[in-house]
Design a protein around this ligand. Structure first.
Ligand SMILES: Cc1ncc(COP(=O)(O)O)c(C=O)c1O
Length: 380
């Protein structure tokens, strides 16, 4: 049996999405910047998709800038905020994706900006009191960049609370919503968020395409120089077929949101019930063991397995056709390991193997049962 429990890494593309992508590739190959009929058809497809995505998020179409995905969107916004908006301090957390952490490292070197990390509570949530004090530390121009849903432990950030806190302190707010878009509703007209990043492949769309939400009149300047695509902000011929596919994937995600969310949450609860029977001492990393405060799509478990057995765990799961993500904390003396688990795990369980299982509508309880059968060998 082959089981794909790694949907936080990427999701399978919906059949309807593959169909529209193929149709655009076949019938609409024009360059959207060309003025002839081929170009005009491509442009119509592009702008219809922009409107569709904007409508799904209650944003204005001109606030949606197409990019190659989450990493580019994160980099674009952080770099532009420093280069164009006079940001001197970025406040973020140590459990962000590397697209944020490494972009901030580069900005420190390139522009000498200050990077401040907000404290985390024991469960991995952001300490909002500490965030308030960092925002009030001095009068330098600040950008707060905090992710909506953590890709390893699933913790969800209250975007309204954080955005309001930023704005009363005259700071800009960016959220990496790569794991949240298509899974939760967003009303960009109401949310106090200035910038947001998204990637289609996390909501059953194609890879290599995403978007930045950039609030109107933000003052951002071009991040990639060249042609005048994307209102001059991001040059380069748009990947029309992927963009149309992304729009279709987002529309389908929101059309079926409640029923699909329930289906995946039921699966997560079933998984939690079964793994807790098999490993009564299992620890759920971050808030991932709850259905409140954590996304319905993933669970990250630290398993009480002996060192000898745990060295075989990844190999065994792979051999049995099960795909999931390994995310253990670094073992003492080693420099690798998950920076997220290193930040949030208690030292007593840092030697235990941790695994992230992430689900989608294409998974079933039968697959969870099969996984438990396979894990039985490790539970005794
Ligand atoms: C939270 C988060 N941010 C950014 C990214 C990077 O997105 P992409 O792979 O589209 O560049 C990912 C992908 O794993 C992610 O989970």
């Amino acid at each position: 049996m082959n089981v794909y429990f790694d949907n936080a890494a990427t999701t399978p593309i919906r059949k309807e999405v593959i169909q529209v992508i193929s149709s655009v590739m076949e019938n609409c190959f024009g360059n959207p910047s060309s003025v002839h009929a081929y170009g005009r058809t491509a442009k119509t497809n592009l702008e219809t998709s922009r409107k569709g995505i904007a409508a799904a998020l209650n944003a204005a179409p001109q606030e949606i800038i197409f990019t190659s995905g989450g990493t580019e969107s994160d980099n674009m916004i952080l770099h532009s905020a420093v280069k164009d908006l006079g940001v001197k301090t970025i406040i973020s957390s140590s459990i962000e994706h590397h697209a944020i952490l490494h972009a901030m490292d580069a900005l420190k070197l390139l522009h000498g900006i200050e990077v401040l990390f907000v404290n985390l509570l024991d469960d991995g949530s952001i300490d909002l009191k500490n965030l308030a004090s960092l925002l009030q530390k001095d009068t330098s121009k600040k950008l707060v960049s905090l992710m909506h849903v953590n890709n390893e432990i699933g913790n969800i950030l209250d975007l309204t609370k954080v955005g309001e806190l930023c704005h009363v302190n005259n700071a800009l707010f960016h959220t990496d919503a790569v794991q949240g878009i298509g899974h939760y509703t967003f009303d960009m007209d109401q949310l106090p968020v200035d910038f947001l990043s998204a990637a289609a492949h996390k909501f059953h769309g194609p890879k290599g395409v995403g978007f930045s939400f950039v609030r109107k009149n933000s003052g951002l300047q071009p991040s990639i120089h060249g042609g005048s695509q994307e209102r001059g902000l991001r040059a380069g011929t748009e990947s029309v077929h992927n963009i149309v596919g992304m729009c279709k994937a987002l529309e389908l995600a929101y059309a079926n949101l409640n029923s699909e969310k329930k289906q995946v949450l039921d699966l997560k609860k079933y998984f939690i019930e079964k793994i807790s029977i098999l490993f009564p001492n299992v620890v759920f990393n971050g808030l991932s063991g709850s259905d409140n405060g954590s996304t319905f799509t993933l669970v990250n478990v630290a398993l009480p397995i002996s060192k000898e057995k745990s060295s075989l765990l990844d190999f065994h799961l792979d051999l049995k056709g099960i795909a999931c993500s390994k995310g253990s904390a670094c073992q003492s003396g080693s420099s690798s390991g998950s920076h997220v688990l290193n930040a949030v795990q208690q030292s007593t369980i840092k030697d235990w193997p941790s695994l992230r299982f992430s689900f989608s509508i294409f998974n079933s309880k039968k697959e969870v049962d099969y996984l438990m059968e396979v894990l039985k060998d490790f539970s005794a």
